[in-house]
Write a protein that binds this ligand. Sequence first.
Ligand code: ADP
Length: 589
Amino acid sequence: MSFFSFNRFGNRLTFLFSLIFILLLLGISFFVSRVIETKMLSQVEASLLAKAKLVENQIPTSDTPSEGVQDKVKHIATQTQSRITVIDISGKVIADSMRDLSQVKEMDNHRWRPEVRSAIEGRVGSSIRFSQTLQMKMFYVAVPMFKGGDVERVLRITLGLDKLNEILSSVRKPILIGLIFGVFVVLVMGFTVGASIRKRVEEMTLAATRYAKGDLSQKIMVQGSDELNVLADTMNKMAHILTKRISEIENERSKLSAILDNMTEGVIAVNSQRRLVLMNQSAKNIFGISQSDILAKPLLEIVKNQLIDQIVEKSIAQSKTISKEIEMNYPENKILKANAVGMQEVGREVSSILVIYDVTELRRLEMVRSEFVANVSHELKTPLTSIKGFIETLLGGALEDKEQSRKFLQMMDEDTKRLARLIDDILKLSNIESKEDDLNLKHLNLKQLVSSVVEILEPQSKEKKISIRNQIPDIQVQADEDKLRQVFLNLIDNAIKFNSEGGFVTLDINEIPGYYEISITDTGLGIPSEATSRVFERFFRVDKARSREMGGTGLGLSIVKHIVENHGGSVSCNSSIGEGATFYFTLPK
Ligand code: ADP
């Protein structure tokens, strides 16, 4: 866009105004020179008329051309510096100051010359025309000369207009100079004013372009107090209001996205075609989505779950809330509770909002609980059924047989003890579970603690001729004394129980970064390696009958696991059949 481009608003404005001004100046100049010309002509007419009146009486009264008349007329013409012609009422020329007598006689009849015709009719006539005789533009004035009320002759006075033209051109010259000067002034002013308007309009155009691109930060600085300034002010105010509105909207949006992204529930919003309008971080985590350009994509393509797509479709179609629990296998096994809220209002961007709760853990806990209840009932039922059977047998007559009765009562005693142990272990477990953070931490000497446990278990170890090697050095750990004793009691008890006669139990300690790792190794029958990860489950026993026979409840290792985890450590087991077993647990230093 060049400076003189006609497309520019300012240039067009300048051009238009200059054109108008120039036309106006031309018009005025033309008008002024016309007025002056008319004025001058009427002055010339008046002076010619005055001259005619003045010389009228000096014209000799002759009806035919003659030398005498000619001389007189020539004399008067020289005095008045004009051409004088005398014509009779028939139009015949009687005398002419510019001609010789012979020429006069041959002159045309002048009757039809306009000024002569008027004069013959008794009025003063005038006319401007080009004279063939004199080869120039002439001003003719003819006056009637009366005799006794009738027109007798016509006196015509003629003036060459070359003089008049001289005067007129001397008048036109300053007008022309004025005109040129005026045009120059108009052009200069036009460009100056135009440039200023152009500058201001350009500033506003630039600002409007900036606004359109979203940059509302700069104000428009326009000088002056005219409409352009009012427009600039309005645009500045508009930008200010827009900035405020935009920041309000952005505030709201950031609040909303902060809430949405910090929710544990997954939130997805879709439009009427089930294309994504919004998806929060939790929803992305649930469906394992890492890509960022998901907006406007079909819901099914993103979540890859037919059921979810179906309930959203239904919620939109029925315009109500549809809830369903969904099992998901991809990207991992999960149980989700999906609530789709359908909104079928025309023109809304969002047609359904899907809220997803990950209930996998909840359902797992529910399952564990119900399994536990079933297991507990089962474990309690076995000794109870057995006790009931003995009582029935005794009541049925066996009571009479003393030997038999004693045997039955001994077995009932065993079962009762088992029941008591079971209930005891269940209570311990529930106690640990319900008071997870309730640890009475103290500095303990680990070696001493282990020795005291070994002492408690001496009868059992002696019975099976098992040697216990406590290789734990004199170190201090921070733990709940009763609970840590329970851990050693259960682990060493198992190591004795499942050991072979004359075997060994070795207790050792290892330092790993941040932890002590304590190991209890026995030389017993071991655990199948595939079962080592399951031994810490409640009621899990490799050999149910054998464990029961040995008085086990199947809860010992569960209790160990819980206590160790409450202390911030972890448990593990390393074993295979016939190789003995090593149980490990860690304690933070
Ligand atoms: P239990 O009361 O039956 O001993 P635990 O929870 O203490 O219950 O142990 C669960 C099961 O793990 C046992 O029944 C047994 O099959 C196996 N087990 C535990 N410790 C040992 C070990 N040292 N050697 C072999 N098997 C073991």
